[in-house]
Design a protein around this ligand. Structure first.
Ligand code: GLN
Length: 304
């Protein structure tokens, strides 16, 4: 079977399986999205690509954006960022307060919420206009001037984001934030509210399949070593306390978001994005994970 046939048959098969899980309720605006949406896009390094289902519809990429923010911080500040945030799997939920307390305010990795907040703090210090400059960074890599934040999603999360507010204040209390929690949270919620289609995310993330340079725009985002390290972090930490499971079943570096999206990278080959809004208990897309597991099995193309 060729890739197109595999994508089409898996899409039909997995879309029709019984549903499991539900959308994230702590961001009320996410509930306005039709939970039955299901899109997939594979972007190849030679700039060809194939989409199935709702691959052109923009969705809330949520924590997938944390890969972009840590990439920019790494580009701007180099290895110094790792004194503020670790590179170890957390083995706990993405919003754990308990672990942050035990670790004295140094988050385990940049993909859990507390780690992403520290990265936001680093970017606020490094950039003149953090929200605008970050968006420009993303638009430039993707060569896509239409990308934007969703004010509704960001506001909706901010309104009842009690746990994230608590996390941010706890980091500040341990002196691991240089800026005020309000400013860090505002940037963090906006970052998570970025909206993109499966196709746009897959093309954007090709820089991680291409040693740090985006083949779409020719932008040098990361050095070779930095790109390998971000892939390593995605492999070990991209799915919170389900990172081992994703690695075991899918065998690619990846990152999920509570909007139901998952991006996975096959270095030197492709980036694939699946979007299906219902989440499992760990906050990762239920059908997205199933799809990717079968995709790498049928194509025999995991990194292992
Ligand atoms: N904005 C969400 C939060 O902070 C992102 C979480 C996620 O996508 N895993 O909780």
């Amino acid at each position: 079977m060729d890739i197109k046939e595999i994508l089409n048959s898996l899409h039909t098969k997995i879309k029709s399986l019984p549903h499991q899980g539900e959308q994230a309720t702590y961001i009320p605006e996410l509930l306005t999205v039709d939970a039955d949406r299901f899109g997939v896009y594979v972007a190849n390094l030679d700039l060809t690509g194939i989409g199935v289902g709702d691959y052109e519809q923009a969705f809330s990429i949520q924590s997938i954006a944390k890969v972009l923010s840590v990439s920019l911080a790494y580009q701007l500040c180099g290895e110094s960022i790792w004194s503020r945030v670790g590179v170890e799997p957390s083995g706990t939920a993405f919003n754990s307060l308990l672990q942050l307390e035990a670790d004295n305010g140094i988050p385990r990795n940049p993909f859990i919420n507390s780690g992403a907040m520290v990265i936001c703090d680093i970017l606020i210090t490094a950039l003149d206009d953090p929200k605008e400059d970050f968006l420009t960074f993303v638009k430039t890599i993707a060569n896509n001037p239409t990308l934007s934040y969703s004010t509704q999603i960001a506001e909706s999360e901010k309104e009842i984001g009690y746990r994230n507010i608590a996390l941010c204040n706890l980091i500040k209390s341990f002196d691991n934030l240089n800026n005020e929690p309000d400013e860090v949270l505002d940037f963090y919620f906006n970052l998570c509210s970025l909206e993109m289609s499966c196709e746009a995310v897959a093309k954007l993330f090709l820089y991680l399949a291409n040693n740090g340079t985006c083949p779409i725009s020719g932008t040098d985002v990361l050095t070779l070593s930095q790109s390998k390290r971000i892939n390593a972090l995605m492999q070990t930490c991209g799915f919170y306390d389900e990172s081992g499971e994703f690695s075991f079943k899918v065998g690619l570096p990846g990152k999920s978001g509570v909007g139901g999206g998952i991006v996975a990278i096959h270095p030197d080959q492709y980036a694939i994005v699946v979007w299906s809004p219902r989440l499992n208990a760990k906050g990762n897309s239920y059908k997205g994970m199933l799809f990717l597991e079968e995709f790498t099995s049928l194509t025999e193309q995991s990194i292992f």
